[in-house]
Ligand binder design. Structure first.
Ligand code: SF4
Ligand code: SF4
Length: 201
């Protein structure tokens, strides 16, 4: 029987994940007992080939092919797996780090490029707003009333004394400076290029 002894084997991939900024200090990935509780509650596993227990096993097996495996894009970060894990592991967080690696090495960029409009609205308004290119889908899901609400939201908020949902211009400028300094805008430009290339193919 193979016994995994922490400290005696090199779990490079797992250790990299533990050290990642996204990971909580007590992420229990090295304690995973492969009980499968995460998979039993995972809605993505119910509807696709995605399997959080297997994901964690592949990380512990140092399987770097995970980074280029499309399967990692099936999780939608509901965190149900984390809530049931008996050893404080979070396949959801593990997945997030893997995706970030996939984006860093270029393979994952086309996956997130369609969402670059969220970044654009962050630059424009200083906060997360639903980009207009998703409006048609939302109208399909929620009906035309949704669009009416969206268009009249500022007036409705004013009637309810809720104030504007938009930030003052000065704050938007300050946020833009932060987005510039932290490299957010450079990364967004890369994603835009990727999105435009995809659209012209
Ligand atoms: S629930 Fe936790 S311990 Fe069990 S397989 Fe999933 S990650 Fe491993
Ligand atoms: S966060 Fe991902 S892996 Fe965890 S239960 Fe939800 S869909 Fe499954």
């Amino acid at each position: 029987m193979n016994t995994l002894k922490i400290g005696e084997n090199s779990f490079e991939l797992a250790e990299d994940i533990i050290k990642d900024l996204k990971a909580p200090k007590d992420l229990g990935i090295l304690k995973c007992i492969q009980c499968g509780m995460c998979t039993s509650v995972c809605p993505a596993a119910r509807h696709t080939d995605y399997d959080p227990r297997e994901l964690v096993k592949r990380v512990l097996d140092k399987d770097e092919t995970l980074i280029t495996d499309d399967i990692i894009w099936n999780c939608f970060y509901c965190y149900t797996c984390q809530s049931v894990c008996p050893v404080s592991n979070s396949p959801s967080v593990v997945n997030q780090v893997l995706r970030q690696r996939a984006i860093d090495n270029g393979k994952g960029k086309p996956k997130v490029a369609p969402f670059s409009a969220y970044g654009e609205s962050f630059i424009e308004f200083g906060l997360g707003a639903i980009p207009s290119n998703f409006f048609n889908d939302l109208i399909k899901d929620f009906g035309k009333e949704w669009l009416e609400l969206r268009i009249n939201l500022e007036d409705i908020r004013e009637d309810l004394n809720l104030g504007s949902m938009f930030l003052p211009e000065k704050d938007v400028k300050d946020i833009n400076k932060i987005l510039e300094k932290t490299g957010f805008k450079n990364r967004l430009n890369e994603l835009r290029r990727c999105r435009d290339e995809k659209n012209t193919r």
